[in-house]
Ligand binder design. Structure first.
Ligand code: R5P
Length: 298
């Protein structure tokens, strides 16, 4: 295996050290901070010459993360790094995959072009692939995508008796059906209409036959939480049990997490693609496999 060194951008320390430990390699030292005027400062304090540099940086709040990431990648190359691979367990901008209103741009594409200019490879978890069918459509570098579904199914099997899985919209069918199959559980998919950032309407199909089951809401991203909040309201009206809310990516914009707790979610569970107290499903083993399969190709 080529000589690899990991670097963790701020907020990614736990996952980065898990990955480095499982790959039996080092975590490099670096400084990332802001100057008083708000400009970004980065400094690499470990030897990177002739090494494969893996930057671990989840892309929640991507605008803030982007420049330090860019500067680090360029600096590593200047210091002699062979290649730079970005591990972004949560990949931003994937939902802007079409022009929804006149005058908008397809920012998923623009963001992909930018990252492809300074990273040699990209690994991510369940990027929001809907109208864009694969990362290769918007990224011009080798990529690997890992899927959380098998680990989510395992968690459900171990922790929930008599579950019924609920997907909030047609887009979620791809992963909810897979999670349900592997968890040997039934599932149903709702119809969702998004009227604005925080204005979401969902309609529930007939749930009478699942009255004794534990509803498990499964989505890729929990952002404002409104998709799940709206669903919880309907489940209450239908006198269903309090649901378990599972998201792959714990984006939780604003007070979304607290609002979901207050709305009566029995438990909120996420994968460790974004560090958060709700992380209960560890994806580090499958990320390691992806790193091992991609780095030799760079
Ligand atoms: C949408 O297409 C995604 O799959 C999620 O359903 C969505 O991002 C959830 O957003 P929010 O938590 O803001 O309702």
């Amino acid at each position: 295996m080529k000589e690899i060194i990991f670097f963790s951008l701020p907020g990614n320390e736990k996952l980065a050290s898990q990955l480095a430990r499982k790959m039996n390699t080092d975590i490099g030292n670096l400084t990332v901070r802001h100057f008083p005027d708000g400009e970004s400062y980065v400094r690499i304090q470990s030897e990177v010459k002739d090494k494969f540099v893996v930057l671990v940086c989840t892309l929640r709040q991507p605008d803030e993360q982007f420049l330090p990431l860019y500067f680090l990648s360029k600096t590593a190359k200047t210091l002699g790094a062979k290649k730079v691979c970005l591990v972004a367990p949560y990949l931003a901008y994937m939902r802007q995959d079409k022009v929804f209103k006149t005058g908008e741009g397809v920012t998923a594409t623009y963001f992909g072009e930018l990252i492809s200019q300074f990273a040699d490879g990209l690994i991510s978890t369940d990027p929001h692939l809907h109208r864009i069918k694969s990362l290769g459509q918007v990224y011009q570098i080798p990529t690997r995508v890992i899927h959380a579904a098998p680990e989510i199914s395992r968690w459900i099997k171990k922790n929930i008796k008599n579950p019924v899985l609920i997907g909030p919209d047609a887009e979620s069918k791809q992963w909810v059906s897979e999670v349900a199959k592997k968890a040997s559980a039934p599932y149903t998919i709702l119809k969702k209409v998004r009227l604005g950032d925080t204005d979401v309407k969902v309609s529930l199909p007939e749930l009478e036959c699942y009255k004794n089951a534990t509803p498990v809401l499964v989505d890729d991203i929990i952002s404002t939480g409104h998709t799940m909040l709206e669903t919880i309201t309907h489940l209450k009206e239908e006198k269903m049990k309090p649901p378990i809310c599972i998201g792959v990516h714990a984006v939780f914009a604003g007070n979304a997490y607290q609002e979901l707790q207050a709305a009566g979610a029995a438990k909120i569970v996420t994968c460790n693609t974004i560090s958060h107290p709700s992380n209960a499903i560890d994806l580090s083993d499958i990320l390691v496999k992806a790193i091992k399969s991609l780095v030799p190709l760079l």
